[in-house]
Design a binder for this molecule. Structure first.
Ligand code: ADP
Ligand code: MG
Length: 319
């Protein structure tokens, strides 16, 4: 006999809370932000066949569902507090649920982010998480703060998740450790929460890269009313990426998507503080360009020559 909705919630998604006043089990969860803090709230939905492949291990899917949400808190410089989980499941598959819950809750524990509620229904596999974080009032990192003269930075490396997608699509051949590395980038991204916190008061703007670097950077430029010059050959890349043809490297690092790295800007006098933030959060940070008063995006190569921007951005209604 398959277990029912309420047994399922009790078995896989009910945990004691410490940060929240009330977690799973009542009509609402209850919790408060600390004094002097604003709540930062974000939702992200993952749909099978659109955001993940049916072949993904449940544990990795649980991790990714929360990771993409924590990445939004990171981009705002907010500290994770709690989250809710709305789940549509085609059937009650306890093996799937056990793996999914383990991956999800391991990442939640690593970030001190409590599961406080949700909703469960039957339907095509669909996962919607809402995260709640807190940030000192007025200190959230926003897309709108980039200023002419600011340096432009990105964390980690770019494009590996796109390489994995191309392998799954049969467009690229990678095997062994190389495939495992890019698959891990796609299925288990590490949200840059510590970096986001360290960038408060230092970065002038930030966004996380979910749809491709250039596309997401364009949001910052538009919101800030500025432009940028981007050095296409400065994009940080993995060893796997470096071994591939240069055209593919550019395509994947500039417009790959699913990276969950932070792109951010800071005044040049903050360069040492950026380096310190990278060190304390144990993630590489690379300068990839600068913000200009002239609007628009200019791409240049390592020799300073203009590169035509043929790089798209991921759009769920166009791709
Ligand atoms: P309601 O009928 O008020 O919508 P439900 O019966 O759907 O409440 O849920 C019962 C309790 O279980 C609530 O506290 C809800 O937040 C929680 N809950 C339901 N689904 C999940 C889930 N997938 N993960 C965590 N908590 C859940
Ligand atoms: Mg309900």
């Amino acid at each position: 006999m398959p277990i029912g909705e309420f047994d399922l919630i009790a078995k896989f998604f009910t945990r004691s809370v410490t940060r929240a006043a009330l977690g799973v089990g009542d009509d609402c969860a209850l919790f408060a932000a600390s004094a002097g803090m604003q709540l930062a709230v974000s939702s992200d939905m993952l749909v099978e066949g659109r955001h993940f492949l049916p072949t993904v291990l449940p544990q990795r899917l649980g991790h990714k569902a929360l990771a993409v949400n924590l990445s939004d808190l990171a981009a705002c410089g907010a500290k994770p507090m709690a989250f809710t989980l709305a789940l549509a499941l085609p059937r009650v598959d306890e093996v799937f649920l056990d793996g999914f819950a383990r991956g999800l809750l391991a990442l939640a524990d690593a970030h001190g982010c409590e599961l406080v509620g949700g909703d469960t229904t039957q339907g095509p596999l669909n996962i919607c998480i809402t995260v709640f974080g807190e940030v000192p009032t007025g200190e959230a990192l926003l897309r709108s703060g980039a200023r002419p003269g600011d340096d432009l930075y990105v964390s980690g490396t770019l494009g590996d998740a796109r390489l994995a997608l191309e392998v799954f699509r049969g467009q690229l051949a990678l095997a062994g450790a190389a495939f495992e590395a890019v698959r891990c980038a796609m299925e288990q991204p590490q949200p840059r929460v510590a970096l986001g916190l360290a960038l408060r008061g230092v970065a002038s703007s930030a966004i996380d890269v979910s749809d491709g670097l250039l596309g997401d950077l364009a949001h910052v430029l538009r919101r800030s009313g500025v432009g940028a010059e981007v050095q296409v050959d400065a994009m940080p890349r993995s060893d796997v990426m470096r071994a591939l043809p240069e055209a593919l490297q550019r395509e994947c690092t500039l417009s790959g998507g699913d990276d969950y790295e932070l792109v951010f800007t800071a005044a040049p006098q903050h360069a040492a503080r950026i380096a310190a933030a990278a060190l304390t959060s144990q993630v590489n940070v690379t300068r990839i360009g600068a913000i200009s008063a002239a609007t628009g995006l200019r791409l240049i190569d390592r020799d300073g020559r203009a590169v035509v921007n043929t790089f798209g951005s991921f759009d769920h209604f166009k791709s």
